[in-house]
Write a protein of this length. Structure first.
Length: 357
């Protein structure tokens, strides 16, 4: 577990004197709790995978087998776990005046969201928070959108152009995810740079990103850690090997090609085998790495990750939700602030919106 969660980033402070600052932009807040979506659902969009697979990176298909961990493999001096969280505090509707003084155009949907990313370092027998950053944003396609300033925090306008081929809610959610990914990369790079002050040599760490590696493939010695599975990449005869893995075993490395390419493999963590895929995670690394380096990283994942597997009585997502990631997630969510307080502040500002016109 994480013993020291002191961080360097702070959220906005207490309410400012003088009450709420006026804003020149008129907007209203959707009455539904954002956890349940919007009262007017704009879409349900889910793309289908068109990935191609090369299973012969490490072994030819006819020789596929479960690969045991190497107990004498040297482990990195420091393991850096990167995670990010996001939360929609309110779905709002932005009202804009027509530029020619005619009828006002239709209100534009937008999201008020908070997001944060951080890095936990596990070195020696302890874990500590290296860095954490939190942000708030108004995600919108409205061309003249402005920041929303409330006494509980400011939501910076993050404009994204609409895509006629994509529902607006997907466009806004993707914009939020991109901003979160940017913060994750910044914190990871900064945390890794700080390792020299801990006596860790430049190549003495391993970075583990919670989630797919997309957008982070350029980071050296980095793994993407995928806890849940939405699709099957392997052909049926090879996919059967995944459910037959023993604790600590992995599949051979294979290559997935889609809108972005990556090397990947499946690994079984310690835990009760209540189902064939219980404790199975999928690990990713860059497609640009030579096969030998990829296989080395795959072996490293076998000896590094299992010791952080969570227990059922402590985590509902056990064993896949690793203890450092779970602790980091809790700390980041705490730094986002009270969602009820923030939504109340947004509503108060909405009631006074347009007063600066």
């Amino acid at each position: 577990m994480i013993g020291d969660l002191r961080g360097s980033a702070a959220l906005p402070g207490p309410p400012r004197a003088g009450g709420v600052r006026g804003t020149g932009m008129r907007f209203s807040v959707d009455g539904w709790d954002p956890a349940y979506g919007a009262s007017l659902e704009l879409d349900d969009f889910l793309g289908e995978s068109t990935a191609s697979v090369d299973v012969s990176v490490e072994l030819p298909a006819g020789r596929w087998r479960a690969i045991d961990p190497d107990p004498v493999r040297a482990v990195p001096q420091a393991l850096l776990f990167v995670d990010g969280v996001r939360r929609i505090e309110a779905r709002v509707w932005i009202e804009e005046d027509a530029p020619d003084g005619g009828p006002a155009p239709e209100a534009s949907a937008a999201l008020c969201a908070s997001y944060a990313a951080g890095v936990v370092c596990c070195c020696g027998r302890q874990a500590h928070l290296v860095l954490a950053e939190a942000r708030r944003g108004l995600f919108t396609a409205a061309a003249r959108a402005e920041d929303i300033a409330t006494w509980a925090g400011d939501y910076a306008a993050c404009r994204t152009p609409p895509n006629p081929a994509t529902p607006l809610s997907v466009t806004l959610t993707q914009a939020l995810q991109r901003r979160l990914g940017d913060v994750e990369v910044r914190t990871a790079v900064a945390a890794r740079a700080a390792m020299s002050g801990h006596g860790v040599p430049p190549d003495g760490d391993l970075l583990v990103v919670d989630g797919p590696l997309r957008g982070r493939q350029h980071l050296p010695r980095t793994l993407g850690y995928i806890k849940s599975h939405r699709t099957t990449y392997l052909p049926p005869d090879l996919n059967a090997l995944v459910g037959a893995l023993s604790v600590g075993q992995r599949t051979p490395v294979f290559l997935i090609g889609s809108s972005w390419d990556r090397h990947t493999w499946y690994l079984r963590l310690p835990g009760a085998a209540v189902a064939p895929w219980a404790g199975i995670v999928r690990i990713e690394c860059s497609a640009d790495m030579p096969a030998g380096e990829v296989i080395e990283l795959a072996g490293l994942s076998q000896v590094c990750l299992g010791r952080f597997a969570s227990a059922e009585y402590r985590d509902a997502r056990a064993p896949q939700n690793l203890y450092p990631i779970a602790g980091l997630e809790r700390e980041l969510r705490r730094r986002l602030g009270d969602p009820r307080l923030l939504q109340r502040a947004i509503r108060l500002t909405a009631h006074t919106s347009g007063t600066a016109r």
